[in-house]
Design a protein. Structure first.
Length: 122
C-alpha cells in the first residue's frame, strides 16, 4: 500500500520552481515541516538546457532526525538533477519514526516556470 503524501513544500529559487514532497504515515520518518530546510538547488546547467524531472528518494533518518543516507528510487533521467536532489535532502532535518519505517519517502520536482509571451502592440 502506498503512503499518502501528507506534506508538501514549495521551494522557490530565482523564479525557478523545485517542489519537495514528503510522505508521512504510520509513524514513519518524514521531513520536519517546522524546520527551516534550505531549498534544493536547481543546477544552473540544467536550467539553461531546459532539463526538468522528478527524483524520488528514500532518506534513512536517525533517532535524532538527522539524515544518514539517501537512495534514489526513481531517477529524473539526469544525473545532475539526481545528485543535486540527494545532496539537498541530506541537509534537511527530519522527524524520526515513532514506529514504522525509519526511511522518509521524499520526492523533488525540478520544473522550469511557464513563460508567458509578452503581448505585442499593433
Amino acid at each position: 500500500m502506498r503512503l499518502p503524501f501528507a506534506a508538501a513544500v514549495a521551494l522557490l529559487s530565482l523564479g525557478l520552481v523545485s517542489e519537495a514532497f514528503a510522505s508521512s504515515g504510520s509513524g514513519s520518518a518524514h521531513v520536519d515541516m517546522t524546520a527551516q530546510n534550505a531549498p534544493v538547488a536547481y543546477p544552473m546547467a540544467a536550467q539553461r538546457s531546459g532539463r526538468q524531472g522528478i527524483v524520488r528518494m528514500l532518506v534513512k533518518v536517525s533517532a535524532l532526525g538527522h539524515p544518514l543516507k539517501v537512495k534514489v528510487m526513481r531517477s529524473s533521467g539526469y544525473e545532475d538533477l539526481d545528485d543535486a536532489a540527494a545532496a539537498g535532502v541530506l541537509r534537511w532535518h527530519y522527524v524520526p519514526a515513532a514506529w514504522g519505517s525509519d526511511w522518509a519517502d521524499v520526492q523533488v520536482e525540478y520544473r522550469l516556470p511557464t513563460m508567458v509571451p509578452a503581448s505585442t502592440k499593433p
